[in-house]
Ligand binder design. Sequence first.
Ligand SMILES: [Mg+2]
Length: 371
Amino acid sequence: MKIVKVDVLPCHMPQSDPKWRFSIHANRISKGWLVEITAEDGTVGYGYASATRHMGANSEGLKGTLDDFATLLMGRDAFDIEDILVRLDHHLKGMNQAKAAIDCALFEIASRSLGVPMYHLFGGKRRTELPVMRVLSIKEPAEMARMGRKLVEAGYKHIKIKVDGHVTLDAVRVKAIRDEVGPDIRLIIDANQAYKPKEAIQLANKVVDYGVEIFEQPCKSDDYAGLKLVTQNSPIATEADESAGSVHEVMHLVANRIVDMVSLKVPKLGGLRNTLAAARICQAGDIPCRLGAHVGPRLMSAQAMHLAASLPELSFACEFGEYVRLENDITEGVDNIDGKVHVTDAPGSGARLRSDAHIQIAEAEKLMATV
Ligand SMILES: [Mg+2]
């Protein structure tokens, strides 16, 4: 079934909270591109390429790469996912976010044309619903506590607290949130590389008493020795995110027991196939893994959810709800209810383009043409 058309469409989404930030960036607009691949029988698959600058992909670079890749896709059999991705890897090293969008769009075409939910292609469904962990932006402690309460009132039972490298203030943030949400909500912290190893160990020793279970990416992504120092000296689990930026890096982390856990993401790993491979490596090394935030339209979370539904083990709640804090989502069909996402049984990922999506895309293209 030949690919007859590939379009790369703008899909930039403003944060509903303009002051949302983590320790590296404060992106007012979450930028990315929708890849629309059409097969000769009319089946259309969508994938989203997220511009994640701290993982090496900006918006302009992604667009150029996707346009380049599009010419290589034309005329190929849409079912040849492995061969297409191998050729893209040979054509250009890295740019996993662009490759992930194509991989996801091809899995959509395959599952839609077969008339099956996407989880069938990963070995079938082990779970019918998944608890969702939501993420709290860095703010003053009292405001973070208030926002934590709102998440709990919306039904969420898992909260990730962003921290920014100040031991005393970060501990105050965690305490304020724990006091506000009560003892039953499961908490983790994420520094996005903001800490030096010894300060990270200090913070871990402070927040263990507030029931924090995981310290995500405390140190620089390539400071493997520092991460291992934290892992060996922290009373709570150390988790890699930015350090796990490719299947090869996941293998290095697992083989050397540098961390206790790994956060997997489809865009940074270059697609659903690679994410499944990374999960298998974690399983083989007995290092727990889960799926992290897929920031962009709900389409991304839906596709990652189908893979998560099939994995043999998940260590903790996945972050399938960050689309809630973004505006102008051009996709629909998947929603969080009472802090959980239910695995859809419709063909594909269950996410589809809104009926008015092309109006929004056309307006964005017009705006770009005038800049
Ligand atoms: Mg993270």
